[in-house]
Write a protein that binds this ligand. Structure first.
Ligand code: G3H
Ligand code: ZN
Length: 289
């Protein structure tokens, strides 16, 4: 199959009360693990790559990173027995524009470092381009912090205001909207709650499907309740990294003389496949391909 625009899946999920997983990959093995899990679950999946992973893949050059990942994902989708979407996660304006040209079927513009007017103007510009090219467009209002291993600065958490969310969707025309409900990126344990009251208020004003970032640190109970209330795309990264690394660590610990990357990376992939499958079932998207 060729890469698919995930908009119709997300709209269906939105209507029927389940969610589609946005699964982050940093390398070929993690991409393969997500695709394999989708096949085993007969589920549509969004494979996504973030700004920082692009720099990693492209040796410091994000455009090279986009090219590598677009090529790998197109080949993976062509060989796959499940529908695969390719999404740019937390992209800059330049990355989003390039990604659309390279065949990504979905892009997110991360306007967190821009003021509100610029976030709206750039998101609209990218949404217009995306729609001409049959690409799904996501943008964010509010801020989900990215502490990246440092202590969380509470000031970085800006919960989404319902009126701002409505204005943002109306002015930009984005297909899906990322909102901040109290989650934080990169957490290794599930301990955060979500502001469900705020979600209810946003839902009452905004029709567009809503996206949760930083889901690895949110309790399953909160995610489940939020899906019922209208979150339709759930982004998952750290949980996958944890599983992949645990698989590699186990392989290396078990055999001190193991040096063949094919062997320990395979164990990382296998561990990640299980977690992606579990998340697909949890989100309710198993069997929805
Ligand atoms: O954009 C990616 C996500 O928001 C993933 O966050 O690492 O907490 O799962 P996470
Ligand atoms: Zn995110």
């Amino acid at each position: 199959m060729t890469l698919v625009n995930p908009r119709s899946w997300i709209l269906k999920a939105h209507k029927e009360g389940f969610a589609i997983g946005g699964f982050n990959a940093n390398n070929f093995e993690q991409l393969q693990a997500i695709v394999k899990a989708a096949e085993l679950e007969n589920a549509p999946v969004i494979v996504q790559i973030s700004h920082r992973a692009l720099l990693y893949l492209g040796n410091g050059n994000e455009i090279t990173g986009l090219q590598y990942f677009a090529d790998m994902a197109k080949r993976a989708a062509a060989n796959a027995n499940a529908p695969i979407a390719l999404h740019l996660d937390h992209g800059t304006e330049l990355e989003a524009t390039q990604a659309i040209g390279l065949g990504f079927t979905s892009v997110m513009f991360d306007g967190e470092s821009h003021n509100r007017e610029d976030n709206i103007a750039i998101s609209k510009k990218i949404a217009d381009l995306a729609h001409k090219m049959n690409v799904c467009m996501e943008a964010e209002i509010g801020a989900v912090p990215k502490p990246d291993g440092e202590e969380l600065d509470e000031a970085d958490l800006v919960l989404t205001d319902p009126d701002d969310a409505l204005e943002f969707v109306q002015k930009t025309g984005v297909d899906i909207l990322a909102i901040a409900l109290g989650s934080v990126h990169g957490m290794q344990t599930k301990e955060n709650d979500l502001d469900l009251k705020r979600l209810e208020e946003i839902r009452a004003k905004v029709n567009a499907p809503l996206v949760l970032h930083g889901s690895s640190g949110v309790t399953n109970e909160a995610i489940q309740a939020a899906i019922k209330m209208g979150l339709s795309k759930i982004n998952i990264a750290t949980q996958l990294n944890k599983a992949f690394t645990a698989g590699v660590r186990k392989a290396l610990n078990e055999k001190e003389n193991l040096v063949d990357p094919r062997k320990y990376l395979t164990q990382g992939m296998e561990a990640q496949i299980e977690v992606v499958r579990e998340r697909i079932r949890f989100l309710g998207s198993s069997g929805k391909a």
